[in-house]
Design a protein around this ligand. Structure first.
Ligand SMILES: Nc1nc2c(c(=O)[nH]1)N[C@H]1C(S)=C(S)[C@@H](COP(=O)(O)OP(=O)(O)OC[C@H]3O[C@@H](n4cnc5c(N)ncnc54)[C@H](O)[C@@H]3O)O[C@H]1N2
Ligand code: MOO
Length: 401
């Protein structure tokens, strides 16, 4: 049977994925979340004509000829407006952020003023009408659209929302991904493995990839290679209402690869299993009710590369978050042999140079080798049946970090 191309597999996996509902969060918890609905200002900012400087509120006509002597009739600190009116020959001591008193139309900074110490000042420098005054509504007016739905809430957005007087807001519910490792040989990090055991590592990298697009991760630990054990953890994931269940390992064709049987036994509709990708050929995808099930291959590099290519865009879409992989054009500095039927993701180093992005693939590409994955900063992408490529030829890479 022909293997499903990567692009087709991704299309099928993303089909119908949409934001998983909304929830209300307070400003303190909103960083990095995705706004679910447009936000309008609940107030005008600044709500009054405000001084932008510490100095004196004056009538510009009074300082037409300099030096101009003015009588100080009061003070306006921020938060305490001066309630009188500035008449001809008068001024009010004013501070940054304070409402500009009635009658005045210009603020002169204190550096340009001589305090005569007798309740009078002398303005020494000219100023144009309206100088150092922020007009009411300069930033936004009540009812203005301040942020669109879909905005990822970055620092500036959060301060803007606060200034517009929203203590909380509707955000897209973060998708929940449950991760289940499978395999008798696996023990958690920090264990004392027997001679035939290894440390389970995939969940950490896969979980981090999920979190990088705002998903919540429920790590359900390790199920031994027994149908009931895997089934129990899948049931836990369903009880937790996971949007996506990711299994790690047990996806291939070995006698101990039980994941497919367990998931179909629980009612999963298999969409695809095995794709034209290296690493990652045994990738499995299906739907169990509303829950998407992704069976990642056990080999660590296959698990993580598949998570980058399939899980990340899926979770981004479920979270209403814009995402596209960082794909760049580079120049190979090594000859590559012709490719076979699987789209290849070759661990490589890409270096920015004056001659462009120079790409050096690692010689050994065994999909168990995490060290080369951690050293690499990109995956060199080679299409199925790509012909041999000479050193110096153009290539495409997906940046991994
Ligand atoms: N006859 C065939 N054998 C295999 C094929 C095939 O097409 N025909 N595909 C190979 C490919 S490609 C891969 S990838 C692996 C994937 O198999 P599974 O998904 O069933 O994974 P396992 O057999 O359970 O494990 C493979 C390997 O990875 C280690 N592993 C598993 N889980 C973890 C984990 N959470 N953390 C760290 N390492 C893990 C496991 O110990 C194995 O060494 O199948 C090939 N075989
Ligand atoms: O997914 Mo496998 O890693 O192609 O060896």
């Amino acid at each position: 049977m022909a293997l499903l191309p990567v692009a087709k597999a991704l299309e099928r996996l993303l089909d119908g994925a949409e934001p998983a509902g909304t929830e209300t969060v307070g400003l303190g918890e909103a960083s990095g979340r995705v706004l679910a609905a447009p936000l309008h200002a609940l107030r005008t900012q600044p709500p009054f004509d405000a001084s932008a400087m510490d100095g004196y509120a004056v009538r510009v006509a009074d300082i037409a000829s300099l030096p101009a002597r003015l009588k100080v009739i009061g003070e306006a600190p921020a938060g305490k407006q001066f309630t009188g009116t500035v008449a001809q020959g008068e001024t009010v001591r004013i501070f940054t952020g304070a409402p500009v008193p009635l009658g005045s139309d210009t603020v002169v900074i204190q550096e340009n003023v001589n305090d005569l110490g007798n309740g009078e000042i002398e303005v020494l420098e000219p100023a144009v009408l309206g100088r150092n005054i922020r007009a009411r509504g300069l930033d936004f007016k009540q009812g203005d659209l301040i942020l669109d739905a879909g905005r990822v809430l970055d620092p500036a957005a959060l301060s803007l929302i606060a200034a517009a007087n929203h203590p909380e807001m509707a955000v897209v519910r973060a998708p929940l991904v449950a991760i289940i490792a499978t395999g008798d040989e696996l023990l958690p990090p920090g264990s004392n493995p027997g001679p035939d055991q290894i440390i389970a590592s995939n969940a950490y990298g896969v979980g981090a990839i999920a979190q990088s697009v705002g998903a919540h991760v429920l790590d359900l630990g390790i199920a031994p290679d027994r149908t009931e054990a895997i089934s129990a953890l899948v049931t836990k994931a369903l009880d937790a209402e996971a949007d996506v269940i990711v299994t790690l390992g047990g996806a291939s064709v070995g006698d101990h690869d039980l994941v497919h049987g367990v998931l179909t036994g629980l009612g999963m509709d298999l969409d695809f299993w095995k794709i034209a990708m290296r690493p990652g050929k045994p990738l499995m995808f299906g739907r169990l009710g509303d829950t998407r099930c992704i069976g990642l291959p056990g080999n660590p590099v296959a698990s993580l590369i598949c998570a980058h290519i399939f899980l990340k865009p899926l979770l981004a879409k479920l979270g209403g978050r814009p995402y596209s992989p960082d794909i760049r054009t580079g120049v190979l500095d090594t000859a590559m042999a012709a490719n076979d039927l699987r789209q290849d993701f070759v661990r490589a180093i890409a270096r920015e140079t004056p001659d462009g992005l120079i790409v050096t693939p690692y010689t050994i590409q065994d999909s168990s080798m995490l060290r080369t994955l951690a050293d690499a900063n990109c995956a060199l992408m080679r299409e199925p049946f790509a012909p041999a490529a000479e050193s110096g030829s153009a290539c495409r890479v997906m940046m991994l970090r």
